[in-house]
Design a binder for this molecule. Sequence first.
Ligand code: IMP
Ligand code: MG
Length: 178
Amino acid sequence: MENDIKDIIFSKKEIQKRVEELGVQITQEYADKKPLLIGVLKGCFVFLADISRCMNLDCEIRFLTASSYGFSSVTSGKVKIGKDFDYEIEGRDVIIIEDILDSGVTLSALRDFVTERSPASLKICSLLDKPTRRQVPIEADYLGFKCPDEFVVGYGLDYAERYRNLPYIASLKPEIYS
Ligand code: IMP
Ligand code: MG
């Protein structure tokens, strides 16, 4: 796996420190609340596992599936939201937990999906952001890092379902995904 890596962009240590900071911030801002964390599968699984353990809050953890990429590295512009969805959003303080905000297509579709179900509040927490790639106006309320405009993997992020288990975030050699 390491042979496919071009550069390490965020190290295990840097990620751990930033995730802890975000968890503390969310703990303070939701001190009197019981937030509903909705993780966007599958990319969120490592980030959500770590950040939720930095939240000293009585929170509920649920998931949604959203896919727009398939096995390609560019967005198809269409978002499929999984139908096996069986929990109440109405009246809840929802925080969507996502791995990366890229074109914004996925998160804006999810934001609309949640908003239609009348949450008490809705915030977006994304580990990474590639602001230069935005096609739809949307920003994260809680952001880990701004990421260079390169395809990255690790810490939950995949290329064709691989590399999710790397403990850091790295760019791939272009020959791997071209
Ligand atoms: P958006 O809809 O273009 O904002 O794309 C968001 C989704 O695309 C993320 O949830 C990821 O699954 C995927 N994605 C975007 N950029 C990357 C990347 O650099 N590496 C891995 N997945 C990515
Ligand atoms: Mg994803």
